[in-house]
Design a protein around this ligand. Structure first.
Ligand code: ADP
Length: 476
């Protein structure tokens, strides 16, 4: 079984969020299922410079306004097609936005080009890799199923995975004539969305199947409260929509061998964890005692950290210490930073993106806080489980599917792995913190919780089997 994956970011080459982690880990996990996956991604500067000895596959004389080359390369165990289109991708900074924090003005062309080449490959244009399935990710690759449907010659069946329905790739209808789709594609059956063009909508309407990254999120996005305008279409396509949980790459996230850690540990030998905790205290300047509550997150409305900014004084007065790493919306960055300055030695905020520090926080923290308003799957809680950091989460999406609330019954049957709260209010949130503290102050029970967490299967093994089964169904 050959599968072409089309994604706008792939770890470790380029990453802004969980999509990259998934696009980078899934191909490796699928090997054991007999699936050969190749990934098409844009040739951003970071990607081009990381390739060693790419081979030339094809030249497109005019791909959305310029000349482009398709390259084939390997990076570690990943097999890649890289779209080297300097007029679209060769620019500094963030892959989606400029230094002014605004989206690149030509994002519509940049990701139409990626999608167009995805469909071209999906129709078997390259003899050396003719895919049985085209698996595309998020709005950036959302036009691929539309190009496959309207491209004349029939291509491979397509599957789209929604990593976050909040990002829809919505553009003015003025872009439509430039997409190279027939006029009939500008309809509610394809790319048209309330008079605009929506790349995600096109992918959802034209693909053969839809997945999202947890079963709970699959149910949620069919409701008005979570569907962000696409719930009607998703209900209509409900028979073709399913949720498959993300896993994490357990070789990268391995507390017994993690290259970013000063000390290693495992379920059987936990002493290195205490040493990581001490390193974390010193890195964040935390003093005294009390659980270290960590946050590793994009700072956006979705992640609900305004609730933390509001509750920080209470959190500290209850005896918690806070170590936060994140970046995002300016106002949220400021309110969290200001709140932490009121509690020197007890709360500390690092603004920025820092992969090694994220690893140390997972290894040295006691608790990780994820109060998301919605969460398609979430990866940080999976890493936390593996490292024995206890998640306190809102009961939404993948957080609901991956964390077992440590209520009385769950503790008695030895299955609790964290704390959930519902309702997204300060009251519910603090209530979960109080429940956490009660158990934290009972070290024997806390140890059981940590053991349960570390025993959780957060690998790709089950989910890669589910993807492989879905590919088989689609190919048949
Ligand atoms: P999302 O994709 O919505 O941002 P996920 O939980 O699915 O959230 O994935 C986030 C990934 O990015 C995780 O691997 C997390 O460790 C990482 N991450 C988020 N913020 C930072 C940061 N400031 N520094 C380092 N890693 C971060």
């Amino acid at each position: 079984m050959k599968v072409l994956s089309v994604a706008s970011e792939v770890f470790p080459l380029i990453k802004t969020g969980g999509l990259a982690d998934v696009a980078g880990a899934l191909p490796l996990a699928l090997v054991a299922q007999g699936v050969e996956m190749r990934t098409l991604l844009p040739g951003y500067p970071a990607v081009i410079s990381a390739l060693s000895g790419p081979s030339f596959v094809h030249t497109f004389e005019n791909l959305f306004g310029g000349r482009a080359h398709l390259l084939a390369a390997r990076h570690g165990a990943l097999a890649l097609f890289v779209l080297d289109a300097p007029h679209l991708y060769n620019r500094p900074g963030n892959i989606y936005s400029g230094a002014d924090n605004l989206d690149w003005a030509d994002n519509a062309e940049r990701f139409a080009a990626l999608s167009w080449v995805g469909a071209w490959l999906g129709r078997g244009a390259v003899a050396a890799f003719q895919p049985d399935i085209v698996h595309v990710h998020d709005w950036q690759a959302g036009l691929t199923p539309a190009y496959l449907r309207f491209g004349g010659e029939r291509g491979a069946p397509s599957l789209i995975t929604i990593h976050n329905i909040a990002f829809q790739g919505r553009f003015s209808p003025a872009i439509f004539p430039r997409l190279g789709l027939p006029d009939t594609a500008f309809s509610s059956e394809c790319v048209e969305f309330y008079g605009d063009v929506s790349y995600l909508k096109a992918g959802l309407a034209c693909s053969d199947a839809i997945t999202t990254v947890s079963p709970s999120y699959a149910r949620e996005i069919m409701t008005e409260a979570f569907g962000m305008g696409l719930d009607g279409l998703l209900r209509h396509r409900g028979a073709h929509l399913s949720g498959i949980l993300n896993g994490i790459d357990t070789t990268i996230w391995d507390p017994a061998a993690d290259e970013h850690l000063p000390h290693h540990f495992s379920q059987r030998k936990m002493s290195g964890r205490a040493a990581c905790r001490a390193a974390l205290e010193s890195r964040f300047g935390l003093l005294g005692t009390g659980p270290i509550v960590t946050v590793i997150s994009r700072l956006t409305h979705q992640k609900g950290l305004d609730l933390l900014a509001e509750s920080l004084d209470e959190l500290v007065s209850l005896g918690c210490r806070l170590a936060l790493l994140g970046s995002g919306e300016r106002t949220l960055e400021e309110s969290l930073k200001n709140a932490s300055l009121r509690h020197p030695g007890r709360a500390s905020v690092v603004l920025g993106y820092d992969e090694p520090l994220a690893h140390l926080m997972q290894a040295g923290g006691d608790v990780i806080l994820i109060p998301s308003r919605f969460e398609p799957c979430g990866l940080t809680q999976l890493c936390a489980l593996r490292y024995g950091t206890i998640p306190v989460v809102s009961r939404v999406g993948g957080l609901n599917d991956t964390i077992i609330d440590a209520n009385e019954a769950a503790l008695q049957s030895g299955v609790g792995t964290g704390f959930q709260f519902t309702g997204f209010s300060r009251h519910e949130f603090i209530d979960a913190i109080r429940r956490m503290l009660e158990i934290y102050n009972n070290p024997d029970v806390w140890k059981i919780l940590v053991r349960n967490a570390m025993k959780s299967d957060v690998s790709w093994s089950r989910s890669s089997g589910r993807y492989a089964a879905l590919y088989q169904t689609l190919a048949a």
